[in-house]
Design a protein around this ligand. Structure first.
Ligand code: MRU
Length: 329
């Protein structure tokens, strides 16, 4: 249950465009391979995009490509997930700061070791998110069996290096013996909900697949105790970009008194971005919407305003969405 692994000067990923029908691995050996994997969503989910980009820098340097070219190529793959830029900035800083980096061989090794560190830190952060999220779920479990949770898109281990973000507390609850049931929304048009259902089935977590538009009714009927989603970019004021459809769930949750949590590592917080209006929203191909000749818009993300968010579950604890300065590195 790890999405990316080193393999003799290359990295191997699980091809998410073929899941859940088929478990296929792809070997990324070049910068172009890494950029392609991110662009076509063989890897997806903000933290995994970041880790893949970091390895992409190592792959590009091994090919003798200029660092500036590598950063520009990977930086142009997907616009919304800030973990991509966070990882590229970190790679650039480390490579430019170290005196070792003046020698090509050492520079290449440094890139591999920093990419490895980014991957390990992501797995550790998500494990901690699981434990902090579990602390929110425990009191709910005392009142309700099973706890009824809802999630959107896929913010499980597939979307990260390991453990997941929104699903990490759910896995932690399952391990702790809490009874949990998860409403999994389809997530049109790319159907990432199928990935979530696949993950939950593997882990033996009871779940039910729903169309996106059923979420409001289920909340109105009192069938949801909490919503937990991931994030692609959290602005400094707490406004949060996540997969399109997240905002509607947050609105419905507010209307029905259902707490709405965002689970994300601190690497997903963009302290340089003042608010949600400044978050770039990826516009994807109209063909994904599947309406043939009719014109279609396909924004891939939306922004949930800070006032709809009950808390952000980070590796350093659960913080109020309007108090992110408390976890600023
Ligand atoms: O377009 P995707 O599938 O990359 O979008 C993924 C999401 O929106 C996730 O919720 C987010 O990246 C968090 S993943 C831990």
């Amino acid at each position: 249950m790890q999405t990316i692994a080193e393999d003799d000067g290359a990295v191997v990923i699980l091809d998410q465009t073929r899941l859940p029908q088929e478990t296929a691995f792809v070997r990324l050996a070049t910068l172009a391979d890494a950029a392609h994997a991110i662009r076509v969503m063989q890897v997806r989910g903000a933290p995994l995009i970041g880790a893949t980009a970091a390895y992409g820098v190592a792959l590009g340097l091994a090919e003798g490509i200029l660092l500036e070219t590598i950063l520009a190529t990977l930086g142009a793959t997907r616009p919304t997930a800030v973990n991509l830029h966070w990882a590229l900035d970190r790679m650039e800083r480390v490579l430019q700061k170290s005196s070792l980096a003046s020698v090509a061989k050492e520079r290449r090794e440094l890139a591999w070791s920093e990419a490895r560190a980014i991957a390990h830190e992501d797995a550790a952060a998500n494990a901690a998110i699981g434990q902090h999220g579990l602390a929110i779920l425990r009191p709910l479990a005392e009142q309700k069996k099973p706890i009824q949770l809802m999630t959107h898109c896929n913010a499980g281990w597939l979307a990260t290096v390991a453990h997941g973000t929104a699903l990490a507390p759910i896995y932690a609850a399952q391990t702790a013996g809490l009874a949990v049931h998860v409403w999994v929304s389809e997530t049109r048009p790319r159907n990432q909900g199928l990935l979530t259902a696949w993950e939950l089935a593997q882990a033996g977590v009871p779940h039910t697949f729903i169309v996106d538009n059923a979420a409001g009714l289920l909340m109105m009927q009192g069938k949801v105790d909490a919503v937990i989603v991931g994030a692609d970019r959290i602005a400094a004021n707490g406004d949060t970009a996540n997969k399109v459809g997240t905002y509607l769930k947050a609105l419905a949750a507010k209307a029905h008194g259902v707490p709405f949590y965002v689970a994300a590592p601190i690497s997903t917080i963009d302290f340089a971005c003042p608010d949600g209006a400044h978050i770039p929203i990826e516009e994807r191909a109209a063909e994904e919407v599947g309406v043939g000749a009719t014109a279609a818009a396909n924004p891939a993300f939306d922004v949930t305003p800070v006032n709809l968010i009950a808390g952000i579950i980070t590796e350093r604890g659960v913080v109020a969405a309007d108090n992110l300065a408390s976890v600023m590195p």
